[in-house]
Design a protein around this ligand. Sequence first.
Ligand code: F0G
Length: 769
Amino acid sequence: MVGAPLVGALRPEKESIAMFLPSHVIVRVPATSANLGPGFDCLGLALKLYTTFEVELLPGDMAHDCEPLVEISSAWGDDPAINALPVDHRNLFYQTLARRLADLAVPVPAMKVRASLGIPPGRGLGSSATAVIGGLLAAEAIAGRTPSEKQRASLVNAAVALEHGSHSDNVAAALLGGLVVTTWDERNDSWYAVHAPLPADLCAVLFVPVFPMDTIAGRELLPGQYTKADAVHNLGHVALLLAALAVGDLQGIGAAMNDRFHEPYRARIFPQLPGLLAAARSAGAHGACLSGSGSAILALTTERTQEVASALAQAARSLNIDGRVVIAGLDHCGATVESDHCGPRVEISTSSREEIVLRCAACNRRFSLERTAYRCTCGQPLDVALDDVGTARNGDALRRCFDERLSSLDALDRSGVWRFRELLLPLPGVEPITRPEGQTNLYPAGRAQQSNGHGHVGEFTGLDRLWLKHEGENPTGSFKDRGMTVGVSIARWLGAGAVACASTGNTSASMAAYAAQAGLRAIVLLPEGKVAAGKLSQAIAYGAEIRQVAGDFDRAMADVERVCLDEGIYLLNSLNPFRILGQQSLAFELLQQFAWGVPDWIVLPAGNLGNTSALGMGLLRARQLGLIDRLPRIASVQAAGANPFYQSYLEGFTALHPVKAQTIATAINIGDPVSYLRAKSVIQATNGLVAQVTDDEILQAKAVIDRVGIGCEPASAASVAGVKQLVSRGVIQPTERVVAVLTGNLLKDPGAIMLAHQASRQTLTGASL
Ligand code: F0G
């Protein structure tokens, strides 16, 4: 979309070129392992070891007079194979970049390249492929092109053509990530590349010898012809390997990784190979093989990763071979590109990835989308700036598109989050981790709505038209799944290996479930003794690593931010702007359920204030996009024992004074909310308000919601308790249309059920006296 006009603009004269070029392009390319044993020249697997190329485009004329053109650094110390790499225009990265720009009819600008090698050359880990894919994608970025996911797959052709060796396996995996099968498709005269599924917990252990092996010399060892028996053997083994990986048959993987095409011949110049492979297998690797044409060795593991690593190190010592053992996760995203652009590009209003940035609502500073510290340098949380996304389409077209998806069977359309994907995440290459979530019921429960037993909630609150939006019907039982599907998808897209959050319970349950689905490690920090049983059980069951914090949620929140920054873990609290983005879908889905009409009020419980912020931001964007023509008022309800937002509201939002929180509604037992500023502007922009309710009022409301057969956890009942209070104070009129959001499921907090029951009996007894 952006590409075409920019390439055009690049051509005519030099002055305009300088205006349009980015000043930096950074391409990060994963290492890859080809063959996996039997898949000679057709299988490639991307690994979480990266080489990064940073291109600095220099002002001035088009000649490159800067020496050396390529500056190389490496995590591998003094390696002769690295020292031998050319640093002038013969460098493979630079050559590929220049050739691709020539193909695109774009002149080669002056530049300086810095390459940080995560893998040494000549070890069969795709180091040439990193240079080719790096050069190719850097050229695309310089030419102003952002290939879509589909276009990326078709770039395999260009990459193979640029990589003189005509090997598609490494380049395809480096470009696309994951396990990629490539083959020449003679019918269409092009390379065909397709992803194959992998078990989520599969890990790679590498042994990287100090000596390289020359790919070309290695090929010369291979026979010119193979017997039919060998061909059938390898064919069957590739098929078995792909099937075993797809269904997670770990034994099958081991049986399949047996090759007759190249390993036996290469072992002749690498006599220690069989001993190293045997050591990895007997320590518990599911399979082990020569990586590409060597010299590295690849072992695939799930649980016994550490043991396999030690066994390889020990075998290398006893076989007298020097080298390093590396444990690497699998890369599922392929190469990533980051570039900055100057003025004119920003003015081209589209919804492509380049225009989307993280922005500080307080001071307006902007940061790259891939920043993982989610506070601005001024300390405030960052938001995804999507102001313009979708404005090109009018409200009618968007409504039609979303409504058509209601009858689709596609998992993304059925998700009450991804159904609205154009408004949430118009980023190419993000693979949604979805259950699907959302699509929760909106129960009519007002006195005038013929809602049978549910109407008791209307009687309790004094409202004729009341709806309960039950977010406890999400896959893990709370509204958190809406933000988590987006947050975890982004974590994967960014290549995170682990995710973490602090939580009063629901966030941790949700994160643990989505992280398990995505194959990511999950770490949760919980305030000790303050998390309801249902939620803690979920986090344990879904396999999260639990760290109990001696203190309250606010302390756990402060700890987790530090842990994430220190340990390079991806943070998934609502401080993360992608969580807030996903939670905006509550607004879109609710409006769709109202046939794009607007209720008068939306009332919801408030703790860390992420949900209040997300709901408000979603509503404001819905109005801006023409999906609705007016805004409902938002009422945020806090527990009286955890009410810093309420107190600030009473003081005209002049400041926030954190409190020591104490409420029976453990989910909202929060004294220092992270999203205060976001929520404050939402309340102001929607002419909303903040209320507080006592624990007793919460329990009574819960008893009514439970008793009509709907049920919710205590924090959720704060919304209905708030509605009742606002009606009795005359703030909400009995005839107004009100939605109360129930945020969590009844089973989350079994301990509160009897308490609510008792509270309602006491009220009844009191009333009858
Ligand atoms: N309701 C429930 C059931 C919750 O779990 C939470 C927050 C809220 C309401 C308040 O939403 O924080 O966005 O204002 N639970 C978080 C957690 C804090 O860790 O599960 P908020």
